[in-house]
Design a protein around this ligand. Structure first.
Ligand code: HEC
Length: 152
């Protein structure tokens, strides 16, 4: 149920985020935290399905891989505004306060994920498994880079 309500929070807030682009789109810092955590849960779920196919725990299926890669690419564009919401470095969050002190490098790490997931979605369409695995590895590395710097 917790996950379901997180998804509902995303669906409600995504509309308001798409309508505006300045910082401070959320009524309360807790909403920004719920939003970005929900998006990360979605990224984690769909990236996990890719991982299962890359590792061979699940049979590789071109369409399934490409669909999940496209979802991850879309989700990768969503959470960054919520990460920079003023006041959201405190409360029920694993975001390190360093992210606020180093906004530029945090944004670079976010951009790196967007670039890698876009590339992954392109490679996925081609169905060349060794190339897919390599690009999956680069994408996973961009998750790790940001988590080790900015996630508690
Ligand atoms: C630019 C930084 C950044 C990148 C890139 C990034 N994450 Fe995260 N992620 C975070 C931060 C910070 C948190 C903690 C958010 C919070 O608690 O407010 C987080 C949280 C998470 C969570 C836990 C969500 C929850 O609250 O239950 C998962 C799962 C996750 N990330 C998966 C991923 C995966 C998979 C990738 C790569 C495909 C990725 N992340 C890329 C910064 C990033």
């Amino acid at each position: 149920m917790k996950r379901l309500s997180a998804v509902l929070v995303v669906m409600t807030i995504v509309v308001s985020v798409l309508m505006g682009s300045a910082w401070g789109q959320f009524a309360k810092p807790e909403e920004a935290i719920a939003y970005r955590q929900a998006v990360m849960v979605l990224i984690g779920q769909h990236f996990g399905r890719l991982a299962a196919m890359v590792k061979g725990d699940r049979d590789y299926d071109l369409d399934e891989f490409a669909n999940n890669a496209a979802l991850v690419e879309t989700f990768a564009g969503l959470p960054w505004e919520a990460f920079m919401e003023p006041g959201s470095d405190k409360g029920d969050t694993s975001l390190k306060p360093e992210a606020f002190k180093n906004k530029d490098t945090f944004e670079q790490a976010a951009q790196a994920l967007e670039n890698e997931t876009s590339q992954l979605a392109i490679v996925a369409e081609g169905g060349d498994l060794p190339a897919i695995k390599e690009q999956f590895g680069r994408t996973a590395q961009s998750c790790k880079n940001c988590h080790s710097a900015y996630r508690k």
